[in-house]
Design a protein around this ligand. Structure first.
Ligand code: F6P
Length: 761
């Protein structure tokens, strides 16, 4: 079982770039928007004020001019009015009315009645004598705007005879030019604002691009090159201008890093010949360079190391739950090369290039993943059928009967051929390639490749157990399978026992020459070496000393037991989950005082749901957990918390560290990396591992409490022992197990495998 080391990250290179650009664009737009908004507010404020002042000044001017005009007309019209000479008055008013913005004139009598108007003055204006009356009442000139649709300024001044008010002269002035002038001011201002905003945005884009973005990108690239060891990080790339001081510091850091890396490489080179501990990614890289020089590594597996899926409208990736991926991925990160695998993610096709390739890890590319597409029929026959309904139960002695269907076998052969064709195309121009075939999905692939490319060095690693010869003999296509495997130069198993079983199986099934001393089998002129390589995790003692991280999951689930038990397995019948649950039930029966004190958390992501047996197993586990919970639960406490979801390594790691006991009770398991991951996570050297005797890991981790998972009593007793074990004993056991995993981590596994492979022949 393995889990995500990193998950739910967005995204693959092409879309990652696209998304980053969109993100940058969003920030740029936000920045420009904020600045433009600020400038706009300032400009609008000023314009508003300007318009206000302009209006006041124009009004003042209008009033002043109107008053002057009225005063000058007043004396001229008074005689005609006194003599009631309407015709004379009319011609006078008409004469005056043509001037400037003058709309017209009118004379009212002292009762507010209209005496005479200039020609063309609308009735709307003259029928309202309010302004004239106000002027006469107050005996002073009065001005106001007419309440009509037109913008007209009405100014009235009283006419006198001696001291007596005899009427009023009203002057109508056009005032629409005031509004027009204000509008003009706004228009000009807004146009200016638009031009300013455009120029400003352009300036921001150019400044950000040339002065900030490009130098930062250059610096990031230089740092990346230094970090990945591709170059010394050319100082010219580190930047200039504003960034000079930062660039200088980064430059120094980069040089220190190069020096440290060179020293580490040198040390690693000196220790190359000895395959002892400690092994690190760096040391494997050096080993790889020294042993393989420019030769390229090709890994082939069914399960891909990174799968992309669409979640809502976003593409995300995760690392599938697979022991094989957990082990091989760090090796590929260290050595680079090409990994060929079935593209099974729902968004896999959207994220590859035209050659179906993608650089991974998606967030920090170090090698190439090439995806092979399979039809539903192929998946059903090759993967669901032959690999998982026939070979899986055949190799795991978990008392599940294998199902052999001819049509599944044909698909299996066809898919092995399909992968062989894709791989051979990749190997075309590569001299003496190193091919690492993974697992029982590709038993036929080694011979197919060897046949076309005898110069390729082919390693096959079988990640699951190999049964005894008698058990294997029930397979109708056993000879084809063995001949296919024997095309490899090295065939690796987790334990010597599986090697022995294989040796015995070949001896029983096909004509071949066995060399017991070298543990090699020669068949049809080609020799394959059979060797144990106990697979492991990427533990080197440093990276696992991560700061204590609290389990958000436990907090979210509100699990606060005094003692926590943990199980982490794919929902697979070989993992002994049902037996484990019965062991826990038995434990509570024997030790009821632990009720409400001990909670068992089982992380169990569904697996191989296309296979009926797995669907049934899923239902059985759920029912069993519910039955035990119903029997034992009290208040809000439940003895078993079953989480049937995929969890990331980041989520599982704190659980490993929080658990008092980790239960690995597989009925049959090639190695079981959960056991090793639990040990690697416990840098506090506390916690107890309960481990099935039927796992490969039980041979390495001898300080675990080893149990027969079929015995509920043994499991119950081991749980009790774990919870009552003195701290000093926990430390002693855990320390030894940590030393074992540290001494034989995945880097050493890879180095030993590659060394065995390249030193044959
Ligand atoms: O750990 C054994 C193994 O077969 C791996 O090789 C495999 O990747 C893993 O189990 C999970 O199975 P699957 O890839 O079918 O989900």
């Amino acid at each position: 079982m393995a889990r995500n080391r990193r998950t739910n990250q967005k995204i693959q290179p092409a879309s990652a770039y696209f998304c980053a650009q969109i993100q940058n664009m969003k920030q740029l737009v936000a920045l420009i928007g904020a600045v433009v908004l600020t400038v706009s507010l300032v400009v609008l404020g000023f314009t508003y004020r300007q318009a206000h002042e302009q209006r006041a000044s124009l009004l003042d001017d209008l009033q002043r001019r109107t008053a002057l005009l009225a005063d000058s007309f007043k004396e001229s019209v008074r005689p005609s009015y006194l003599s009631n000479a309407s015709a004379t008055m009319q011609s006078l008013l008409d004469k005056f009315a043509g001037r400037e913005r003058l709309l017209g004139l009118a004379v009212y009598d002292n009762k507010g009645g209209l005496f005479e108007t200039s020609a063309g003055l609308s009735q709307d204006l003259t029928q309202n004598a309010d302004v004239a009356e106000k002027a006469m009442d107050s005996d002073s000139a009065t001005g106001d705007f007419a309440s009509t649709d037109q913008a007209v300024y009405v100014y009235a001044t009283p006419l006198h005879e001696d001291e007596k008010i005899i009427g009023a002269l009203v002057v109508y002035q056009r005032a629409d030019y005031i509004g027009q002038s204000i509008n003009e001011t706004w228009k000009t201002s807004l146009l200016r604002l638009l031009i300013q905003a455009l120029l400003f945005s352009l300036a921001v884009v150019l400044i950000l691009r040339w002065i900030i973005y490009q130098p930062i990108m250059r610096m990031a690239e230089a740092i990346r090159q230094t970090r990945t060891g591709k170059s010394a990080g050319n100082s010219a790339m580190f930047g200039h201008g504003f960034f000079k001081p930062i660039a200088a510091e980064i430059n120094k850091m980069s040089h220190s890093l190069i020096l440290a890396r060179t020293a580490a490489s040198e040390e690693a080179r000196m220790r190359l010949e000895k395959l002892d501990s400690p092994w690190t990614a760096e040391r494997l890289k050096e080993f790889f360079k020294a042993y393989l020089r420019d030769r390229k590594i090709f890994v082939v597996s069914n399960r891909e190391p990174y799968a992309h899926k669409k979640v809502k409208n976003e593409i995300q990736w995760d690392v599938p739950a697979s022991g094989m991926v957990t082990a091989l991925e760090p090796v590929m990160e260290a050595c680079g090369g090409l990994w060929l695998a079935h593209g099974s993610g729902s968004a896999d096709k959207l994220t590859v290039d035209k050659d179906n390739k993608i650089q991974v890890p998606p967030d920090d590319p170090k090698y190439t993943l090439k995806r092979v597409w399979l039809t539903d029929k192929e998946v059903k026959g090759y993967y669901v059928g032959f690999a998982n309904e026939a070979l899986w139960p055949l190799c795991h002695l978990a008392h599940t009967r294998p199902i052999f269907r001819k049509e599944d076998w044909l698909e299996y052969r066809k898919v092995n051929g399909k992968f062989a064709q894709v791989l051979l195309a990749e190997l075309k121009d590569v001299q003496r390639p190193v091919v690492l075939v993974q697992d029982y999905h590709f038993a036929l692939l080694p011979a197919m490749i060897k046949h076309s490319r005898p110069d390729a060095e082919i390693g096959l690693f079988w990640h699951i157990p190999w049964p005894n010869a008698e058990s294997f003999s029930i397979c109708p296509w056993r000879k084809d399978i063995l001949e296919g495997m024997l095309g490899a130069d090295v065939i690796g198993f987790h334990t010597q026992q599986y090697c022995n079983n294989f040796f015995e199986t070949v001896g029983k099934e096909i004509e071949s020459l066995a060399d017991l001393e070298k543990f090699a089998i020669t068949h049809q002129g080609h020799t394959a070496h059979i060797k144990p390589f106990p697979i492991s995790v990427a533990f080197n003692g440093a990276e696992d000393n991560a700061p204590e991280a609290k389990s958000e999951l436990l907090e979210r689930l509100d699990i606060k037991p005094k003692y926590l038990g943990l199980g982490v397995d794919r929902l697979d019948y070989t993992k002994g989950i049902l037996e484990r649950l019965r062991g826990i039930e038995f434990f509570f029966d024997l030790h009821p005082a632990y009720r409400e004190q001990f909670t068992f958390l089982q992380i169990a992501p569904p697996s191989r749901e296309g296979v009926e047996k797995y669907r049934q197993f899923n239902a059985d586990v759920t029912a069993e957990a519910e039955r035990i919970n119903r029997k034992l639960e009290t208040g809000s406490w439940k003895p078993i918390v079953l989480l049937k979801e995929h969890h990331t390594h980041g989520e599982i790691y704190p659980l490993y560290r929080a658990a008092n006991v980790c239960l690995v009770t597989s009925l049959s398991d090639g190695m079981n990396l959960v056991a090793k991951e639990f040990v690697a996570a416990r840098d506090d050297e506390a916690g107890v591992l309960v481990l099935s005797q039927f796992t490969g890991a039980a041979r390495d981790l001898k300080e675990a409490l080893v149990v027969n998972p079929y015995s509920a009593e043994e499991t119950a007793e081991a749980i009790y022992r774990s919870l009552t074990m003195p701290e000093s004993e926990q430390h002693r056991r855990m320390k030894k197990m940590r030393d074992t995993v540290k001494n034989y981590n995945i880097y050493r596994w890879a180095a030993e495998f590659l060394k065995a492979l390249t030193s044959q022949g």
